[in-house]
Design a binder for this molecule. Structure first.
Ligand code: AMP
Length: 189
């Protein structure tokens, strides 16, 4: 299986690049943010449980997030591989993902981290907010989510660096150029 983690702050282009990757490599895209938003839209129990956390730009507890992710993996038994987008965001999530994939005789092949500076992220999210209307993309919330990334979520990267699975790519520039660089890394897996 070809399992990739696309890592990076909000607004780095993970969603855009994931779409291109799943088309080219025939993989299944799992975005925990998209899954939560679908639960909220459909007013499921889980959606009700997490909606205020998400609207405030706070992380959903690990246990809830991990259970949702594992259920989504299990829904795709014939997948050639997965692109994980927005997961893991904590070390316990990363450890659990490793264990879960191992139990299926699989593993993470690599982690690609998109590097984008904070000013550029704020600009991009402001544009996205106008298009999507996402409450957590409003200026104060997006600043909070970006801070959370650089203060906490980024601490997941050494976990993968220690496994020699991490590649950093500059996420500023032409979308096709960045995609080309990601494919260059994918083709080595
Ligand atoms: P995203 O679309 O990836 O920016 O995620 C939107 C929101 O969903 C985040 O700000 C969190 O509130 C929640 N979320 C998504 N993925 C995770 C995760 N792996 N762990 C905890 N919360 C998450």
């Amino acid at each position: 299986m070809l399992n990739l983690i696309l890592f990076g702050p909000p607004g780095a282009g993970k969603g855009t690049q994931s779409q291109k990757l799943i088309e080219k490599y025939q993989l299944v895209h799992i975005s925990t943010g998209d899954l939560f938003r679908a639960h909220i839209k459909n007013q499921t129990e889980l959606g009700k449980q997490v909606s205020s956390l998400i609207a405030n730009g706070e992380l959903v507890p690990d246990q809830i997030t991990i259970a949702m992710l594992e259920e989504e993996i299990d829904k795709n038994p014939d997948a050639k591989g997965f692109v994980f987008d927005g997961f893991p965001r904590t070390i316990p999530q990363a450890e659990e993902l490793d264990k879960f994939l191992e139990s299926k005789g699989s593993e993470i092949c690599g982690v690609i981290a998109l590097d984008v500076d904070q000013d550029e992220l704020l600009k991009r999210i402001a544009i996205r907010q106008k298009e999507s209307g996402r409450a957590d993309d409003e200026a104060d919330k997006s600043k909070k989510r970006i801070d959370e990334y650089f203060n906490k979520i980024i601490l997941v990267l050494p976990y993968y660096e220690a496994q020699q699975k991490l590649t950093k790519i500059n996420g500023i520039g032409d979308i096709e150029d960045i995609f080309g660089q990601i494919c260059g890394v994918m083709d080595q897996y």
